[in-house]
Ligand binder design. Structure first.
Ligand code: SF4
Length: 272
């Protein structure tokens, strides 16, 4: 069996930085505001306590902010609670926060998953906004914009599918009828992985997608490749069904940005 491994694989640089810095900073009294990565193996190596809400953290404690970033309201609460903040927001996400903040008087459209922590953080920098996840949100957008006089700026979640983003922007432009500013903020890492995933899916018999089941960028990669070729989504090498795979002569391996190289290498070894 030939195994084709993607070149863009393992943690992205934002996650690498967050994991490395956390491993230096963390002890059993450190709090993590949300899971650092959607990856059980990596989380198993980190001692801190994971909480979902800043109010659960005792005053003056140390808190790690993950690569997804948080809203300015959360940062304000951290300051009021005198928390020792280790802010590991990915620089790409921090740039989106800055660009949204600079457009206080605009109506902001964010294309992304409504429940994704990065999107929740980013909307915290906008005054008037709507999150568009898919076509089903366009009726709501039409209603919201009926009396809008503001300039409109469109952003996206950094890990959103670039194809889906382009398609939604075209549909939004038909609704707005006016000038809209489009701010490209899909992370190049995500775009490269999506492009490479398409190329790999077109050249193999089966694609193995490695990544946490809660990871939204892994879910997107899986959706993209499974539209083209047979695909399986596993979290780690233990989930490989070798019986199912052994009849394929050429297998591709890709991963989400929160999957470590260690996990990928275990999958490759087991396949071999
Ligand atoms: S995918 Fe891009 S934006 Fe997201 S954490 Fe990684 S480098 Fe940062």
């Amino acid at each position: 069996m030939e195994v084709v491994v993607a070149k863009n694989i393992g943690f992205c640089f934002g996650v690498t930085r967050a994991v490395n810095e956390t491993l230096k900073e963390v002890d059993e009294n450190t709090y993590l505001l949300g899971e650092l990565v959607h990856n059980k193996e990596t989380m198993g190596k980190i001692n801190g306590k994971v909480v979902e809400n800043i109010e659960e953290i005792p005053d003056k404690s140390k808190v790690i902010i993950r690569a997804h970033g948080v809203s300015k309201e959360v940062l304000k609460r951290a300051s009021e609670k005198k928390l020792n903040v280790v802010d590991l927001t990915c620089p790409k996400v921090a740039k989106v926060h800055k660009l949204v903040s600079e457009r206080k008087n605009n109506f902001i459209i964010i294309i992304g998953k409504k429940t994704h922590p990065e999107v929740i953080g980013t909307i915290g920098y906008a005054n008037e906004y709507i999150v568009i996840e898919d076509e089903s949100d366009l009726d709501e957008l039409t209603k919201v914009l009926a009396n809008n006089k503001k300039k409109i700026s469109i952003f996206s979640q950094t890990t959103f599918s670039s194809l889906k983003f382009a398609s939604l922007v075209n549909k939004i432009k038909r609704i707005t009828h006016s000038y809209v500013e489009i701010i490209p903020c899909i992370c190049p890492v995500t775009e490269e992985r999506q492009k490479e995933a398409i190329n790999i899916a077109n050249s193999v018999d089966l694609v193995i997608v490695v990544g946490g089941k809660d990871s939204s960028n892994t879910a997107k990669l899986y959706d993209i490749v499974s539209d083209i070729k047979e695909a399986v989504w596993i979290e780690n090498s233990n989930e490989l069904n070798l019986e199912k795979i052994k009849n394929h002569s050429k297998v591709g391996i890709i991963s989400g940005t929160s999957t470590s190289m260690e996990t990928v290498n275990e999958v490759i070894s087991r396949l071999k």
